[in-house]
Design a binder for this molecule. Structure first.
Ligand SMILES: Nc1ncnc2c1ncn2[C@@H]1O[C@H](COP(=O)(O)OP(=O)(O)O)[C@@H](O)[C@H]1O
Ligand SMILES: [Mg+2]
Length: 368
């Protein structure tokens, strides 16, 4: 067998997929692994359980979904084995309200299959292709059944809409106009759902449950020695304590939760990971600023210490995850962008930003 035949017919291994995804997603080893295993099985045509991804805002959930999309897009020979769509969970609620429960997902899959197979492909093939697709549902926490003590009607409807298509062997579907508009039923049990959300507040509520709440005392303090001092500390990792009940209390229905085989938790990003995101992600504030300086014939450079300081400042704002990098860097770069030519301070039209410059810019803001 020649090399090209191998790549055409053998589905990629989880390891190959993970290596690719890791180029776009920094850290998040566990989530990348789970995703890669699921994708590898899916591309081999095997049944795969649905995944639920939970991780704070700005930790890479959407980035990971997009990375899978582009992984498949770049390999047309693979994408014919699976059609992928990504949608915002809120859209499902709105569409369910118009009485098209679940149809929205199937219509999008059909549209995507048509893009892949061409407008002349027989409907039968399009339906077959669509019914073994991959559905990414982003911000799934937004369709919780209640917010505070208020019921969230559109969320409840959206969860029901999702349930209609998750592992259902006969989903009623009105075909789109271009496909004739008939009413048929579709077997959607071959779809793979990967849902993701930040579930803001979940961390706190589980922490409360195991410290002061229902399961008070379950989380025991551990003795740690830090800088020669002995201390009692509570070390809490959501992954050790999260139960289905917590998600139920958050507002996800038990039927909905029972459709997932695995819950994957993304980690909060470390300073080191934030540094890598800052330096390597193509649309990071750093690369945007470099492009701007380059357009003016200038070479923008940041010292290692400057980068570390920016990442450290961003890490203080865990709520924003990597999004904090952009916000922190904007504070630093704003003054440079107004009159870049006047900031040249090195050879060959280079503008070097060093640690004291970052410190000064961050301090300025604190006072202002
Ligand atoms: N683990 C990560 N690896 C690479 N980039 C990341 C990561 N986490 C966040 N980012 C960057 O931060 C921004 C927000 O990330 P996103 O994936 O949209 O977060 P969310 O988890 O809220 O969906 C994106 O611009 C992305 O480039
Ligand atoms: Mg997101």
């Amino acid at each position: 067998m020649t090399q090209s035949q191998t790549t055409d017919t053998t589905p990629p291994s989880p390891h190959e997929i993970a290596t690719e995804l890791s180029k776009r997603v920094i850290g998040q080893r566990e989530a990348i692994r789970e995703m890669s295993i699921s994708m590898s099985k899916k591309l081999a045509g095997l049944p795969v359980g649905n995944l639920l991804m939970i991780g704070s805002s700005g930790t890479g959930k959407t980035t990971l979904m997009k990375a899978v999309e582009s992984f498949l897009e770049k390999r047309p020979n693979l994408s014919l084995r699976s059609t992928v769509i990504r949608m915002h969970a809120n859209v499902l609620g709105e569409e369910a309200q118009r009485g098209r429960s679940g149809e929205a997902i199937l219509h999008r899959l059909l549209d995507r299959a048509r893009e892949q197979l061409g407008p002349d492909a027989p409907l039968e093939d399009l339906l077959a292709q669509a019914s073994r697709g991959i559905v990414f549902v982003d911000e799934v926490d937004k369709i919780r059944a209640w917010v505070g003590d208020q019921p969230n009607t559109s969320g409840i409807r959206a969860q029901e809409a999702l349930l209609t298509v998750m592992e259902n062997e006969a989903v009623p579907l009105t075909l789109p106009k271009w496909a004739g508009g008939d009413r048929i039923t579709v077997d959607s049990s071959g779809l793979l759902f990967v849902c993701g959300g930040a579930f803001e507040g979940l961390w706190d509520s589980v922490f409360d449950r195991v410290t002061v709440g229902k399961d008070r005392g379950a989380l025991k303090p551990v003795t740690v020695v830090e800088d020669g001092e002995v201390e009692e500390k509570l070390i809490f990792h959501l992954r050790d304590w999260l139960r289905n009940d917590d998600l139920f209390e958050y507002g996800m229905s038990p039927q909905f939760l029972s459709r997932y085989d695995a819950v994957v938790l993304l980690s909060d990003l470390t300073v080191e990971e934030l540094e890598r995101i800052f330096l390597t992600v193509p649309d990071s504030g750093y690369h945007m600023a470099r492009a701007y300086f380059k357009s003016r014939g200038l070479n923008l450079l940041l010292s290692k210490k400057a980068v570390y300081r920016i990442a450290k400042e961003a890490a203080r704002e865990q709520r924003l995850g990597a999004r904090a990098l952009k916000e922190v860097f904007r504070r630093v770069i704003r003054d440079y962008e107004y009159d870049p030519e006047s900031k040249v301070n090195g050879p060959e039209s280079s503008v070097l930003i060093d640690l004291p410059d970052v410190e000064a810019a961050l301090k300025l803001r604190q006072r202002g």
